[in-house]
Design a protein around this ligand. Structure first.
Ligand code: FAD
Length: 506
């Protein structure tokens, strides 16, 4: 029975308790039905759960809104542009016609949405930044729990921690951290959500020094499948803490993150160096020389994409967490090659993560990700094959011109501070993460581009570990290949915390 639709005093009492902690049901059952809040206006057919699931009507959703906190929003197709905006995503491919997008204002709201969806057997998912290109944060006919209103970020400067709401973006985190001379390991794009990135890994420029974003997660507040609200940390619910650090979206809704921050100098040095593809041999050799200096303050993104003359070219996005003088020495092997574009400069840390962003957070392009990795040192001939494959795509599918591939080159020291079995995320070695972004504008080109992407992914993997898949770059379709040695443990955690598989399957 849906607790919002029938009279269920235990449920009402659960939310009367401001802590959000369930009381002993035997005690609750002796209490009179509370007069407020009024969850009980709705009277659906209770005889058939299957038909009930199709029966979550507009009017019921509107009444449900009355049970939520004041700021919470229930958005349906009848809301026109509000709805179109609410289901928009970074990649056009990820846009799905949700039955409703519900924006909770409080942890208790999140519990109620989960219980509503569960009672009506309606699919639901969670959205933070909306950057999953495969649509992991979208729902076709179900409910999207959009955490956009729960995005506050505060700092505890003396403890070097940042506390971010489950719907915050990394730019919110960077801005607050910068006010206190701090920074956090994030990805290299500022409008990506904290939720998706940190719960499943999180490679970024600072990872060589401080580990992945997920390695810097100290605690998280989670709403579980049964609606309860708990903390997960090394001290509290440590098994859940193990699981959410890599398999977060499979186990609950993270509504608050406590993240370790690091002292950050006022400026870093970085920016793009672009080269024509034919220079590949000297560039990759120089990149290997740069990498062999083993300087933890340096990082580089190797970007393969359409360049000058319409053919595949190479851009190196440089990063150095030190003075310009130190950076120029560190990056000398690449700077000496006389790039066609050199837009490097000193800048605050937060700015480097905004350099490749357009005006709009969302792209209106069809984009799909695939995951790969490369073992250093990079082989120039392997990179040449990747450039050739890209050239072939640009020639045969003109609307796929923005397709590219991005390899983050960082020292392994930060990542190796954790062991493979410390948390659900297990990939602990020197391999570089590779994100393959297939991008096309002509809908008719989709199958051709996806086919190409599969072949390209195989080609990339001949230069690395061909088993692993990074969830955040594979849209969480990797199964055992996402979790490696920890796979069975995650299945056990799933049985314990989400036995009905309400959250994403493993
Ligand atoms: C432009 C761009 C740049 C990127 N750069 C990097 C990078 O530098 N490094 C890197 O490692 N990755 C990078 N990625 C990949 C990125 O980490 C993933 O796409 C990530 O999942 C996006 O998180 P999100 O919150 O924005 O996405 P969403 O689509 O909102 O969420 C992704 C998944 O996480 C779940 N989820 C989100 N928040 C929560 C929450 N609070 N509780 C429970 N589940 C939640 C969603 O249900 C969904 O399954 C990039 C992606 C893009 C599009």
């Amino acid at each position: 029975m849906c607790q919002f639709c029938g009279v269920d005093p235990a449920f009402a009492a659960f939310f009367e308790n401001t802590q959000g902690v369930p009381q002993d049901p035997s005690v609750i059952s002796t209490q009179p039905t509370p007069a407020k809040p009024n969850f009980f206006r709705l009277k659906p057919k209770l005889s058939n759960m299957a038909s009930e699931s199709k029966d979550l009507k507009e009017s019921q959703l509107r009444s449900f809104q009355n049970s939520l906190s004041q700021n919470a929003q229930v958005i349906t197709e009848t809301d026109g542009k509000l709805y179109t905006d609410a289901i928009r995503r970074w990649s056009k491919c990820a846009i799905k016609p949700a039955l409703a997008v519900i924006k909770p204002g409080t942890p208790e709201d999140v519990s109620k949405i989960i219980l509503l969806a569960k009672s009506h057997k309606v699919h639901f998912t969670v959205k933070c930044g909306g950057h999953s290109p495969g649509g992991a944060s979208s729902s076709d006919g179900g409910i999207v729990i959009d955490l956009g209103l729960m995005n506050s970020v505060t700092a505890k400067a003396d403890e070097k921690t940042i506390i971010a709401g489950g719907g915050a973006l990394w730019r919110d985190v960077s801005r607050v951290a910068a006010e206190y001379g701090l920074s956090c390991v994030s990805g290299s794009t500022s409008h990506v959500g904290v939720g998706g990135l940190i719960l499943h890994g999180g490679y970024g420029y600072l990872a060589g020094e401080y580990g992945l974003a997920v390695d810097n997660l100290i605690a998280a507040q989670i709403v579980l499948a049964d609606g309860s609200i708990v903390w997960a940390s090394e001290e509290e619910n440590s098994d859940l803490f193990f699981g959410i650090r890599g398999a977060g979206s499979r186990l609950g809704v993270a509504i608050k993150f406590v993240i370790r921050a690091h002292e950050q100098r006022k400026s870093i040095w970085g920016g793009p160096l672009s080269f024509p593809g034919f220079q590949y041999e000297s560039i990759i050799n120089a990149l290997n020389t740069w990498y062999n200096q083993k300087d933890l303050k340096g990082a580089a993104e190797l970007v393969l994409g359409k360049g000058v003359g319409g053919v595949a070219g190479i851009t190196i996005m440089c990063f150095y967490n030190g003075t310009e003088e130190e950076a120029l020495t560190n990056f000398a092997p690449l700077l000496q090659l006389r790039p066609t574009i050199n837009a490097t400069a000193e800048m605050p840390y937060w700015r480097i993560n905004t350099l490749s962003e357009g005006k709009d957070v969302y792209t209106d392009d069809n984009i799909r990700f695939a995951s790969g990795n490369l073992t250093p040192p990079l082989d120039p001939q392997h990179i040449r094959k990747l450039l050739d494959s890209l050239d072939h795509l640009y020639e045969t599918v003109p609307s796929a011109a923005k397709t590219g591939c991005l390899t983050l080159c960082i020292q392994p020291d930060g990542i190796l501070k954790k062991k493979r079995t410390d948390m659900a995320f297990c990939w602990r070695d020197a391999n570089f993460d590779v994100g393959i972004g297939a991008n096309w504008t002509d809908p008719a080109a989709e199958s051709k581009v996806i086919e190409w992407q599969k072949e390209f992914q195989k080609l990339v993997s001949t230069g690395g570990d061909d088993y692993r898949l990074y969830g955040n770059h594979e849209d969480f379709r990797g199964g055992a290949r996402e979790f490696g040695i920890n796979y069975l443990k995650i299945i056990q955690l799933k049985k314990k915390y989400d036995p009905e598989n309400l959250f994403r399957r493993v």
